[in-house]
Structure formats: C-alpha cells, structure tokens
Design a binder for this molecule. Structure first.
Ligand code: NAD
Length: 588
C-alpha cells in the first residue's frame, strides 16, 4: 500500500532546487528487501513495526526494535574493538555502505575523533591499501577510454540532483604521489566531510575518479590494483577527457553544480584551474582551500600583532600548489588594504628546491615568475631569512626540519612576534615541531601547523595550543555556501571571505592560548557560519542566482542542512493506533 510514494528527503531536495515551497508527503518507491540493502533508506532494527509491514520487510529483520541511540552504542562498542586506524577506516566505510544515517550520526557525534580516520591522515593509508580493503564501489569511475560516452556514464548514477562533485585523477595523493585509481579514497573522504561538517546531503554529493592510468610501477604490478593497468595517458587525450567531463557534469546537473578538484599533480592543477574557473562552478582545494585556511591563520595572527597584512614580509619555503594559492590570496588581502598588485607581490618571496626565486633564474614557471624579484641568487633558506628579515615564514615544501634552530632564533631576533607556519604534512614532514618553535622563540612565536601537535608547556609554566591549519575548516563551508545560493563561478574573493570569516570566529581566549583556529570540535558550526557569510557576500556582489534571496542567511543555511535522524516512512493515514500492538523500544 505504500507503493508509488517518494522519500521525503529527495522530495525536499527537489523542492529546494525548484523553489517549490509546497508540502509533500514522505514515502518511498522502494519496497521489500531493497529497502534494507539501500544505505540511505536502511534503518536496520530501527524500522518500526508499521514500517516493516508497509515496506514489506516484516520477517526480514529480527523481531526487535531499537532506537538510533542504541544502534550508535553498538557501533561505538564495535569501533572500540578495532586494532588500528586502517581497521577503523574499513569498519566506518562498511557502516556507510550499510546505514548512511547511522554513519553520519556517528561521525557528527564527535567529528574531532572520527575525522582523522575518514580523512587525513588515515585516508592516505587507506588509499595505499585501497585494493586490499575494496568491498563495494563508491562513486563514479570514468576512464580515459570512456571519451565520447561520459554523458551516458553519468546517466548510470542513480541520483538526479547532484550539487557537489569531487574529482581526482589520483596523480598526487596527499604527499604519497601517484596512486592511480586508488586515489578514489580522497573524493570519498572529502565528500563525507561535506556532509559531516557542511551539512550537505550525501545524495547531493558525487565522488569521481578519472582513471587515465598510473605511472606507479608497484600499483601496475599489484594483482589487487583496481584501476587501468597502463601508464598515464597525457596530452591531448587527457585534455579531451577533462573537457568532456566538465561539460557532461554541467549538462546533467546544471551550471551551478560545484566541481572540486582534488590531488591533481602540479602540472595539471594550475592549468585546469585557470582553464575552467571562469567557465564552470569549480575550485581546486589544494590551491584555493589551502590558501583560505592559511590566510585565515595569518589574519588571526594579525589580531595578535595588531598589524595589517601589508605590514608584513613573507617568505615561503616551497613554491608549489599550496604556496602559490596562499601567496595569491595574501596579495588579495593586501590589495584590499590599499596596496597595488605590484606592491603586494613585492612583499612575498619564495624559495623552491633550486633556492630563492629571483628574476632571471632558471626553472621559473609562469606561476613562479610573478614572485621573482630583482635580487642576487641565494641557495640556502638560512641565508634568505637573514638577508630578507621576514616577519612571517611559511613552510609548504614537505622538507622535514627545514626551519632549523638558527632560522627560528633569527626570526625571534628581528621580530617581537615572529609568525612561523610549518604547514607541511604529515607530521614527519613538518618544518619544525611546535615545541621547537615555542622553545627557540621563548614563547613569542605565532605558530600554526599542517598536522596536529600536542600543547606545549614551557619551563616557565606557560602552555601554548598550536593551531592546525586544516583545510576541513574551509571546503565544507565553501561547498555549502556556494551550492546554497547556486553560484555559477567561484571567484577568489569567495575564499578571502571564507578566510576572514574563519579568522573572526577565533575568540580572544583562543588567541591568548596560541590558537589561530577555532576548536576542531566546533567545525560543523564553523562551516555553517562560513556558508552564511559566503551567501551574504554572493548576494552583495550579484553573484548568487537563487531567487528569492533568503532574508536570514543563517536560518536558511540551517534549514537546508542534512539531518541524521531517520526518515519516517509511515503515512499518518496508515499509522496503526498506539494501542494496536506492543512495540519493544529501547532508549539509552
Ligand atoms: P607541491 O608538490 O605542489 O609543492 C612542493 C614545493 O616544494 C615545490 O615548489 C618544490 O619545488 C618545493 N621544494 C621541494 N624541495 C624543496 C627544497 N628542498 N627546498 C625548497 N623547496 C622545495 O605540493 P603542495 O601541494 O604545495 O604541498 C606542499 C606541502 O604542503 C605538503 O607537505 C602538503 O601536505 C602541505 N599542505 C598543507 C596544507 C594544510 O596544512 N592545510 C594544505 C595543502 C598542502
């Protein structure tokens, strides 16, 4: 009797997209066994007796009724029995495949605890072992040989309303290099955070692997490898694949469908960003997300130093995706303070594997050229720091220990409050430890890191809490804000807005303790606030296409957020009277 009905959430999503404000009922077309095997419908033992009868699953479940709270307890007890992080990852992915609402209920119950498992650092380990831990496919796998057919492959995806796609070609997975098709763990993990932190419905998110082969010999020889077994195909065929993919996604899901690029190699990341940024709703998290989180840290640091961005001279150790993105956004912040582009570029210096980037030097790409200034060549970072006397140094070259004791002490000698960001990941690649930084500067350094560090207590008893510049502070909020007001392009000022909003969420107490970011435990609230700020910015600058404009952006953002509560599949008219049966219901 419940046949022909549609699940509430999909209906609401459709209404949100089409602007329909009418009321619609709550039911599902699926019945029977399919319901218990469909992760976003499955409630396990939480299906009520009425639902079991109406959906035709009576008898397919043990005769016991439990609340989601009890299910959460069971999951947590199982989780605690796992031996290591990879086991925990596999367990959580299994839960996501079985019961999606319960999975997100678990993650949102303690994001700080579960984020390092479903995202970095464990997701890196998972990608390395993706062939071994492969159970059920998640997301869409499109290969270089599918050129000409991408639109029809997209038709195979069961959801019609996708708002955010996260795509990788697996060539530069975290700091682990080319993992080919096994890089799929990254879009899967990122989109899980879109939901857990950004409140986007998982049905609106699509992870995509563009498999063009891999140059990783170990993968090619591994019998458990799940991708194409040939070297990477590059050049024209690669570009055609990307062009067709971007067009096919936008044709099927709309020009406002967000496409996040993730872990592409340097050589493609910048190129594709500049090719597509004004044509599609797209951004590159490694470049722009990183930029926003690092600039948010700098803006919070300025609240401590009581200075402006343009008062600073900044030296980067590294000149790759992260450095270029951060530097670009810093220049935007300086321009906002009144400097010209040329003046702001002059405040930034970069050191790459060949030494200081100066005019006329060899090996200068177009991106590096912009930060090349007139100066004699210098090889060593120590010498560069002594010569330029920067107010801030930012490490993004993955060279462990690059911020030597000498460099840190020098920074402390010419700055009252030196800004030292050791952003390279993982911890083993960090330019210095939090302890070294606070110790060598007698607690005067303003420090942030890419990987988490424990609090540091100096011999004089002062304790500092190092800030972790985690991209997860930015991309879920940006994704939610951008999709909520249906932006068609993501301009750089969206990221500056996000950075400013994030820096403003740091309290004076946080700053006094050395924290440049809000606590990770508040990341969901942070993401929602960022999204509301991005909406405000988008309407102010006539970029938003959602009409009518919601008057209360905060309330609107909260109203469209995904709920981990189970949907009610029972039509009121079909509901059994309360006294009709005894349902055993357990509550914690
Ligand atoms: P990338 O490969 O694009 O860039 C690395 C850069 O380091 C290149 O310019 C290279 O020339 C330079 N380099 C290599 N060896 C060097 C040396 N000995 N001296 C000076 N420079 C050297 O990588 P990326 O995406 O820019 O990431 C770099 C690091 O930043 C990684 O460790 C990554 O984990 C980290 N990162 C952190 C965050 C964050 O904290 N939120 C975000 C993104 C990246």
């Amino acid at each position: 009797m419940a046949q022909g009905l549609v699940r509430r959430e999909s209906v609401e999503a459709e209404m949100h997209r089409s602007g329909d404000k009418g009321t619609t009922s709550v039911y599902t077309k699926k019945r029977g066994y399919d319901v218990t095997r469909t992760p976003h419908l499955n409630k396990g033992l939480a299906f009520s007796f009425e639902e079991r009868l109406q959906l035709g699953i009576h008898g397919l479940l043990p005769p016991c009724f439990v609340s989601q709270d009890v299910q959460l307890l069971r999951v947590l007890k199982n989780y605690d029995m796992k031996r290591d992080d990879l086991d925990r990852y596999v367990f959580l992915m299994g839960l996501q495949d079985r019961n999606e609402k319960l999975f997100y209920r678990l993650i949102t119950s303690d994001v700080e605890r579960f984020m390092p498992i479903i995202y970095t650092p464990t997701v890196g380990l998972a990608c390395q072992q993706y062939g071994l831990i492969f159970r059920r496919p998640r997301g869409l796998f499109i290969t270089i040989h599918d050129r000409g057919h991408i639109a029809s492959i997209l038709q195979n995806w069961p959801e019609n309303s996708i708002k955010a796609v996260c795509v990788t070609d697996g060539e530069r997975i975290l700091g682990l290099g080319d993992l080919g098709c096994h890089g799929m763990g990254i879009p899967v993990g990122k989109l899980a955070l879109y939901t857990a932190c950004g409140g986007m419905s998982p049905q609106h998110c699509l992870p995509v692997m563009l498999d063009v082969g891999t140059d990783n010999e170990a993968m090619l020889k591994d019998p458990l490898y799940i991708g194409l077994r040939h070297k990477r195909i590059r050049g024209q065929a690669y570009d055609e694949l990307l062009d067709e993919f971007m067009k096919a996604v936008s044709d099927r899901y709309g020009m406002d469908c967000l496409i996040q690029f993730e872990d592409f190699a340097n050589v493609n990341a910048f190129r594709l960003l500049s090719k597509y940024r004004n044509k599609y709703c797209t951004f590159n998290d490694d470049i722009q997300g990183t930029a926003a989180v690092a600039v948010a840290g700098l803006l919070a640091a300025l609240r401590i130093t009581k200075s402006k961005m343009c008062d600073h001279t900044i030296v980067f150790q590294g000149a790759g995706e992260a450095a270029m993105g951060i530097a670009e956004l810093i220049t935007m912040a300086m321009e906002k303070e009144g400097l010209t582009k040329e003046e702001s570029l002059k405040k930034i210096w970069m050191v790459d594997s060949k030494g200081l980037i100066v005019k006329g030097r060899d090996h200068l790409t177009h991106e590096k050229e912009r930060f090349a200034h007139e100066h004699p060549q210098m090889k060593r970072l120590e010498d560069v720091v002594r010569e330029l006397k920067p107010t801030a140094i930012i490490g993004v070259a993955a060279v462990a220990g690059a911020f030597s004791e000498q460099i840190i002490r020098d920074m402390a000698s010419f700055n009252k409050r030196p800004i030292i960001f050791a952003l390279s990941n993982p911890t083993s690649k960090s330019e210095c430890t939090a302890e070294q930084c606070y110790t060598f500067t007698e607690g005067r350094a303003i420090f942030a890191s890419g990987s988490p560090f424990d609090p540091v207590t100096l011999p004089d008893g002062r304790t500092f809490y190092p800030g972790q510049g985690n991209n997860a502070y930015i991309f879920p909020g940006v994704g939610l804000g951008v999709t909520a007001c249906t932006l068609r392009h993501i301009t750089e000022d969206v990221f500056l807005t996000a950075a400013e909003a994030l820096a403003q969420l740091v309290t004076e107490n946080d700053l006094a303790e050395g924290r440049l970011y809000p606590p990770l435990s508040s990341i969901r609230d942070v993401s929602l606030k960022l999204a509301a700020k991005i909406m405000e910015h988008a309407y102010e600058h006539n970029m938003a296409t959602l009409r009518p404009e919601p008057s209360d952006k905060d309330a609107y953002i909260r109203s469209i957020c995904y709920s981990t509560d189970y949907d009610d599949f029972v039509a009121d008219s079909y509901r059994w009277p309360d006294d009709c049966m005894t349902v055993q219901s357990c509550k914690l």
